[in-house]
Write a protein that binds this ligand. Structure first.
Ligand SMILES: Nc1nc2c(c(=O)[nH]1)N[C@H]1C(S)=C(S)[C@@H](COP(=O)(O)OP(=O)(O)OC[C@H]3O[C@@H](n4cnc5c(=O)[nH]c(N)nc54)[C@H](O)[C@@H]3O)O[C@H]1N2
Ligand SMILES: Nc1nc2c(c(=O)[nH]1)N[C@H]1C(S)=C(S)[C@@H](COP(=O)(O)OP(=O)(O)OC[C@H]3O[C@@H](n4cnc5c(=O)[nH]c(N)nc54)[C@H](O)[C@@H]3O)O[C@H]1N2
Ligand code: SF4
Ligand SMILES: [Mo]
Length: 694
């Protein structure tokens, strides 16, 4: 029998596409009883944002689900740490081992010796993080703090508006001028692009501001290329021109903003010439950008996450948020600014319902930044981290300063438990690996961060092998530890029910998606109504001042900077998402993805390559104090002198020296918001020679 099942993509991607899985009953063969299999997965044509299309990754998701390398049973380590040598085990045996070791560790060192680490490998409401919060509260473990993605952008917008909320991203379609600022829409947010094209069809001009000539830049009408981490200087100079030339909306500012006089005084010093010296964009180009922006009331700035990966990442978003306030762009349906839209879901999805702080006997639990995993595993004391649980992420590849993470994961006295679908670099370092289901094998509700539709995901098939959803893993671990509190054992349906607010679950299940409580084409700040204490946008902010941050938009240079002639690492390193077939490090190991993207490489501007005697295909060494990598050179027209790129996503076994680009990246934290500054990394590049052994 053939059937169709509605679902929603779970990947850490703004588009949260609706999908339709076609399932068939496969007849019994030999000892195998009959089973339902997914034979096709396509986009749900009714989904208002993704409109029936998936992407080059998820078009092959069925192959991922049935890939012969899927982990299907629990595994227990047999070889040395990191050698990926395991034997199959039953759930009972693996759970008993974990319970015994965690029992010993918590008795000897206390609960805080256990560290949970997870990311958004699935961003479904219950499978990303729900029962784990209760399990680790009960253990009294250390708490994961910080964020690899999104929180810093939100904290920056909050700095100006009092809330992370900005415009619905698809409102870009109504704009007369589109400024795509530090986001690679065509790659990372592909279903938004038709809305950008729709604005263009109505006469809008598209300006892209990016450090690299990306696919999105290629599709824009104009390209502005600041040096990494310097956009705040560019924005301050734009404000200088807007105020100097009276291209501002004095009425909107008077009614809906505070601190204008202070800001005007502050930016009077920020001439385009001053900004040019910092951001490397011609003063004339800055003048023109500001003039065009100021003269186009219905201008829309489209940004997402990428720019937060700098030490001044929150300040980027805080400063950017001032621009549509100054020009009054917010008055117009196609005016304003969009960033990730996840916070709009807070009224309908209450994730705090999953927290149960009462389960821990002590009120305080140590916080450990997820961005400092390497430091936590190698430096933390009192107590040291003795056990690590990792799921929904591949931190050995995706977290900065990863050479230190590897050093930590290799510790013989560290007990590491990983839940995974594949033998990732992180799983390869585990003592126990639990096999995880995919989105086709579990139910969930998926909030989006690129649009306003909540998605339903029905399980299309039964779990493969011995795989379980993350929620079931926490239930089994709680039982193995001998815990008895009923809230540790709630079912998936109970969890979903408890967190939804004002959502008709039956309708959601029937249609596969529902719009959250936000009117279509809604512009949140047309009439002011900002979420600050005064209800006004804060051009100067006491709240930020109270946090020890500058009250005014302020450019601060990152600690690593190539300004000085004697700087040993004079090149900026950017490590962008680049692959249409990868989702961060997911898919890189699969035959229809990794090989088709070629291997890892370093991109060099022709000038930087020539001055080092490097040509296309030569081996180059890329190094700083953290690590040294050898990679083939690609001469690139996407960069500018002084900027090199190593696209991110490859696993360690694709790299000759067993280290990925994140071995080089900076783990300095962002100014506020708990993010991390991958983008403020400096390196040197040299020809790989026998004198420079790798
Ligand atoms: N195909 C694909 N899609 C994805 C992902 C993927 O791995 N593959 N990952 C998903 C995830 S987790 C996320 S968070 C989103 C992120 O999506 P985006 O927010 O678009 O973020 P990035 O692609 O990291 O960076 C966007 C752009 O910012 C530029 N940039 C970096 N630093 C600066 C700067 O200082 N100034 C300026 N002006 N530009 C800068 C980079 O060159 C890059 O082109 O994408 C999601 N979508
Ligand atoms: N240099 C550099 N580093 C970066 C970035 C960059 O642009 N440059 N981007 C950063 C950003 S924005 C992000 S979001 C992070 C992403 O970093 P990660 O979150 O570590 O992303 P992935 O590498 O995709 O790993 C997700 C893993 O979750 C697993 N998974 C998926 N679904 C489930 C499930 O239901 N259960 C379990 N147990 N596992 C599941 C997948 O198999 C996969 O291995 O990377 C960051 N790192
Ligand atoms: S990864 Fe993103 S674009 Fe691809 S199907 Fe999933 S949500 Fe859609
Ligand atoms: Mo991300």
């Amino acid at each position: 029998m053939t059937d169709t099942v509605l679902g929603t993509c779970h990947h850490d991607c703004p588009d949260s596409c609706g999908w339709v899985a076609t399932v068939e009953d496969q007849p019994a063969s030999g000892v195998q009883s009959s089973q339902r299999v997914v034979v096709k997965l396509r986009g749900n044509p009714d989904h208002p944002f993704s409109q029936g299309e998936l992407c080059p990754k998820v078009n092959r998701f069925v192959d991922r689900v049935y890939d012969p390398h899927r982990l299907l049973t629990p595994l227990i380590r047999t070889g040395p740490k990191g050698a990926a040598e395991f034997r199959n085990a039953s759930w009972d045996e693996a759970l008993a081992l974990v319970a015994e070791r965690i029992g010993e560790i918590t008795t000897t060192y206390g609960g805080e010796a256990v560290l949970p680490w997870w990311d958004a490998g699935t961003q479904g409401m219950i499978q990303e993080s729900s029962l784990d919060r209760r399990f680790f509260a009960k253990l009294g473990s250390s708490r994961r703090t910080g964020s690899l993605c999104g929180a810093t952008a939100s904290a920056g917008i909050w700095g100006t508006y009092g809330s992370p909320r900005a415009a619905e991203p698809s409102n870009v379609q109504f704009a007369d001028l589109v400024v795509i600022w530090a986001t690679n829409t065509k790659l990372t947010n592909r279903h938004l692009w038709p809305f950008v094209e729709s604005a263009r069809a109505n006469g809008a001009r598209i300006v892209a501001i990016d450090t690299m000539r990306t696919a999105t830049v290629e599709a824009a009408d104009e390209f502005i290329q600041p040096l990494p981490g310097t956009d705040v200087a560019l924005m301050l100079a734009m404000m200088h021109v807007l105020i100097r030339d009276n291209l501002i909306d004095a009425t909107y500012i008077a009614s809906h903003a505070t601190g204008f006089a202070e800001l005007a005084e502050h930016v009077s010093e920020w001439t385009p010439q001053r900004a040019e010296a910092i951001c490397g964009v011609d003063a004339g180009v800055i003048e023109q950008l500001a003039t065009t922006y100021g003269n186009t009331p219905q201008s829309f700035i489209s940004t997402l996450i990428g720019a937060e990966h700098h030490e001044n990442g929150a300040m980027f978003f805080r400063t950017l948020a001032c621009l549509p306030v100054l020009t009054g762009a917010w008055r117009h349906p196609g005016g304003g600014l969009s960033k990730s839209s996840g916070s709009w879901f807070d009224d309908n999805v209450d994730l705090s319902t999953f927290d149960r702080p009462n389960l821990s006997d002590g009120s305080h639990r140590r916080g450990v930044s997820m961005n400092h995993l390497g430091r936590a595993l190698t430096e933390l004391d009192d107590p040291p981290v003795k056990a690590l649980f990792a799921w929904n992420g591949n931190p050995a590849v995706t977290v900065p300063n990863s050479a230190l993470i590897r050093q930590g994961l290799l510790r013989d006295d560290l007990f590491t438990v990983v839940s995974e679908q594949f033998m990732t670099d992180t799983a390869a370092h585990a003592d126990v690996v639990f096999p995880a289901t995919t989105q086709l094998e579990q139910i969930d509700v998926v909030p989006a961060w690129g649009h306003m539709y909540l998605g339903w995901n029905e399980a299309a098939i039964a779990p493969l092998g011995d795989c379980v959803p993350n929620t079931e893993l926490w239930r089994r671990l709680s039982a193995a530890m001998g815990f008895t509190e009923p809230e540790l054992f709630e079912t998936d349906e109970q969890l979903i029910d408890s967190a939804l607010r004002g959502i008709d679950l039956d309708e959601l299940r029937r249609t596969g998606f529902v719009r959250i409580d936000v009117e279509a084409d809604h512009n949140p700040y047309t009439n002011g109504g900002f979420a600050t204490p005064s209800g006004k946008a804060e051009l100067a902010s006491d709240r930020l001042g109270d946090m020890g941050q500058p009250r005014l938009p302020t450019y601060t240079a990152p600690t690593e900077r190539p300004e000085h002639g004697d700087q040993p690492y004079p090149l900026y390193l950017t490590s962008p998402k680049h692959h249409t077939r990868f989702l961060n490090s997911s898919y890189a190991s699969l035959p229809k993805h990794g090989p088709r993207e070629g291997g890892p490489f370093v991109e060099l501007d022709p000038h930087d390559a020539a001055s080092r005697g490097l040509g296309e295909g030569d081996d180059a060494e890329i190094f700083n104090d953290r690590a040294r990598l050898t990679l083939p050179v690609r001469i690139s027209q996407r960069l500018r002198p002084g900027l090199v790129a190593i696209p991110f996503g490859w696993w360690t076994n694709d790299h000759p020296d067993g280290q990925t680009v994140n071995a080089l990246t900076s783990d300095a934290l962002s100014d506020w918001g708990g993010g991390v500054a991958y983008g403020d990394t400096l390196v040197q590049v040299a020809a790989a020679t026998p004198d420079n052994p790798t």
